[in-house]
Design a protein. Structure first.
Length: 332
């Protein structure tokens, strides 16, 4: 055969060998990276799957019929996509079983997941349709469904050196009920110091005196830097707060007036200016059909979470807590 013809043929063979070699390497790498990801998320067992395909060009892999059992929980997913370069992944049709209790998730989209020393530093995760079954007949009747469907958005960033942790997104959208969108920043705790406890199961940690002491010490050091909660009513007020009891034939407007009258009694009885003003605003919210509430905590200096809890348990009033935390609210 002519040498000129041999060169392109050899190049094609070489490319095929490289592609096959890259595919074999990538299959191993995808499984290794996914198990590492699962470990960083707190799982001690390795994943199982029925089929694995890879694309060496995009450095991504797809696992089919994935399963994982850990700490009494059984996880099963129809499909898991993972990119070795970006560490982005997507889990579809996930089922989480804990005995007879079953929770379903349509999709988990992990858009960013960066580690530092094996600990998540930056994350961006969207969860679509987390489905919780509703057991209570009363709640089923009120919401008109046999399950709660929740969409979740999570975005975090950790400054391990300065022990500052930000949740720029901590959003829970309860479909046809309420959107709860939060962002918060807390500080004062060395998250990396918990890495030594990663290998322990929840039951083991619960009975570990060293772990219990560590949590107690960190609770004393935990500080709230800031927090904002935005509530958007999408039916929860009418379905849960103003819904009619069994045998109650009153109209929605009549129930609004009844609830407002109860708030009037609270206003008359309280001695707290903060609680009185809050009840007044809630009354307007109910009667005027407002849909949004914004709650903020912006202390002048980071405030001890433990101190807030202790003050509340010891009977501190809302005025005192508002002064300490910079608590404010607005109904729209």
């Amino acid at each position: 055969m002519n040498k000129k013809r041999l060169i392109p043929a050899a190049a094609v063979v070489l490319l095929i060998i490289l592609y096959i070699g890259a595919s074999v390497f990538l299959k191993q790498k995808v499984v290794e990276e996914i198990n590492e990801f699962a470990s960083s998320a707190g799982f001690s067992e390795k994943i199982r799957y029925e089929a694995l395909s890879v694309n060496p060009v995009t450095m991504s892999g797809t696992l089919k019929q994935v399963s994982l059992e850990d700490a009494g929980l059984d996880f099963k997913a129809d499909q898991l996509n993972f990119n070795v370069l970006t560490r982005k992944s997507k889990i579809k049709d996930l089922i989480i079983a804990n005995g007879e209790q079953i929770i379903k998730v349509d999709e988990i989209d992990i858009k960013k997941y960066k580690l530092e020393d094996g600990i998540p530093k930056t994350t961006v995760i969207d969860v679509t349709a987390l489905r919780f079954p509703v057991d209570s007949p009363e709640i089923k009747s009120r919401i008109g469904a046999d399950e709660l469907v929740i969409d979740i958005q999570l975005a975090t960033d950790a400054d391990f050196k300065n022990k500052i942790y930000q949740y720029s997104k901590l959003n829970f959208m309860f479909r046809d009920l309420v959107d709860v969108k939060m962002n918060l920043t807390f500080s004062g705790v060395d998250i990396k110091s918990y890495a030594k406890f990663d290998t322990g199961s929840p039951d083991t940690l619960q009975n570990d005196p060293e772990f219990a002491q560590k949590v107690q010490e960190d609770l004393a050091n935990l500080k709230l830097n800031s927090m904002t909660i935005n509530l958007r009513d999408r039916g929860a007020t009418d379905k849960l707060i103003l819904s009619a009891e069994e045998g109650d034939n009153s109209t929605l407007e009549e129930r609004r007036q009844k609830y407002a009258a109860e708030l009037d009694r609270d206003i008359a009885e309280t001695e707290s200016p903060f609680e009185r003003q809050l009840a007044e605003e809630m009354k307007k919210f109910i009667l005027e059909g407002k849909k949004e509430a914004v709650i903020t905590m912006m202390p002048k200096e980071p405030v001890s979470v433990q101190q807030i809890m202790l003050s509340s348990m010891m009977g501190a009033g809302m005025d005192e807590l508002a002064e300490a935390t910079g608590l404010k609210y607005e109904f729209k």
